[in-house]
Ligand binder design. Structure first.
Ligand code: ADP
Length: 304
C-alpha cells in the first residue's frame, strides 16, 4: 500500500502536526513521516522520532517514521504518480507553533503539554527531565577552579559518567583566541563558552566549566541561559587575593602588579563576589580532595 508522506522538523511533534495527518489517518492511508535532520534544533532527530512513534502507537496508526537529511527543495516533473496536496487545518490548530512551545518550555510554562500530540508529551517530558548539569566554577585567578574541576572530571570519567571540561585558558587558545580581556571581550568569551555548555548539557553531558567569570551580572545571565537546558550549579572557588598571590604558580599576579598584564582580575580588573552561589568552596581551609568531594556530592545528588 502506498503511503502518504509528511515531512517536517517536528520540534516538538504537536497537535497541529497531527491534525495535518488526520485526514489521511481517517482515510486509512498508512503514513510515511520524514523527519528533517536539522542540526540546529533543540531536540535531536531521534528524540523527535520517539515523540512521533509514541503518538502513532497510541493512536494505532500504521506509520513508518524515518530520519532524513535536511532538504533543500522538493522537485518533481510531470506525471509523478502521486498528489502533492496542501491540507487545510482548522485555524485553532493551525496557530499552534513549535517555536511558541519551545518558548513556553524555556519559560517553565507547563501549558505546552496540552499542545503536544498524545503520547509525544510524555516522551518530551521524560527527555526534559533528564537534563544535563553545568557546574560553573567562578573565582579569582589561581583560586583553584581548574584544579578542582579536573579532579571532579577524573572521578566522573572513572564512573563512566559522560562529562566535559570547558576551561578558560584552553578556550582562549582555540575558539576565543581572537578575544582579549576587556569587559566586552570577557563577555564574548563567556557567551561562546555558555553556548558550548548549553549544547553539551542538552545531550545529557555533565559540563565542568572553569572561567574567572568576574561580573555578577554576567554570571546571572549565564545562569538564566543555561537553566533553560540544564541544572546549573554555580560554584564559588573562594580564596582571598592574598592567598592567590602567594600561590601564584604561574607568576601572573607578579606580572600584573608590574603592569605587564593589563586588565588582570584582582589587580587591575574587578572580581565581584558571587551573590547567590550554589556552593562555596573554601580553598584556604579545605584541601583539593575535600573540595572535590563537595562538588561530587552535589552532582551525585542530582544524578541519583
Ligand atoms: P584557577 O583555575 O582558578 O586559575 P588553578 O587551579 O590553576 O586556579 O590553580 C590553583 C592553585 O592553587 C594550584 O596550584 C593548586 O594546587 C593550589 N591549591 C591549593 N589549595 C587548593 C585548594 N584547596 N583547592 C584548589 N586549589 C588549591
Amino acid at each position: 500500500m502506498k503511503r502518504a508522506v509528511f515531512i517536517g522538523r517536528f520540534a516538538p511533534f504537536h497537535k497541529g502536526h497531527l491534525s495535518l495527518m488526520q485526514k489521511k489517518i481517517d482515510e486509512g492511508v498508512p503514513l510515511l513521516i520524514l523527519i528533517r535532520d536539522t542540526h540546529y534544533d533543540s531536540y535531536s532527530a531521534e528524540v523527535r522520532k520517539r515523540m512521533i512513534q509514541a503518538c502513532m502507537k497510541k493512536l494505532k496508526v500504521d506509520a513508518k517514521i524515518m530520519i532524513i537529511d535536511d532538504i533543500e527543495s522538493i522537485n518533481y516533473g510531470r506525471g509523478v504518480g502521486y498528489d502533492v496536496c496542501e491540507i487545510e487545518v482548522i485555524p485553532e490548530l493551525k496557530k499552534i507553533s513549535a517555536s511558541d512551545i519551545r518558548t513556553k518550555i524555556d519559560e517553565g510554562d507547563d501549558s505546552w503539554k496540552k499542545l503536544l500530540a498524545p503520547g509525544a508529551d510524555k516522551v518530551l517530558e521524560d527527555y526534559l527531565s533528564k537534563k544535563g548539569i553545568v557546574v560553573w566554577f567562578t573565582g579569582l585567578p589561581v583560586a583553584g577552579k581548574t584544579t578542582i574541576a579536573d579532579a571532579v572530571s577524573d572521578v566522573l570519567r572513572k564512573k563512566e559518567i559522560r562529562c566535559e571540561r570547558l576551561d578558560g585558558d584552553i578556550l582562549r587558545k582555540h575558539i576565543t583566541k581572537d578575544l582579549g580581556f576587556s569587559k566586552k571581550d570577557r563577555e564574548k568569551n563567556l557567551e561562546r563558552a555558555t553556548f558550548i555548555a548549553k549544547i553539551l548539557a542538552r545531550n545529557g553531558v555533565v559540563v565542568l566549566s572553569s572561567f574567572i567569570t568576574p561580573y555578577e551580572s554576567v554570571r546571572q545571565k549565564i545562569r538564566k541561559e543555561l537553566e533553560k537546558e540544564a541544572t546549573f550549579i554555580e560554584v564559588y572557588v573562594k580564596a582571598s587575593l592574598e592567598t592567590c598571590k602567594k600561590r601564584d604558580y604561574k607568576g601572573l599576579y607578579e606580572k600584573a602588579e608590574k603592569g605587564l598584564i593589563k586588565n588582570f582580575t584582582g589587580i587591575s580588573d574587578p572580581f565581584e563576589k558571587p551573590e547567590t552561589p550554589d556552593l562555596i568552596l573554601d580553598t584556604e581551609n579545605k584541601t583539593v580532595e575535600e573540595c572535590k568531594e563537595e562538588v561530587l556530592k552535589y552532582i551525585e545528588s542530582l544524578i541519583d
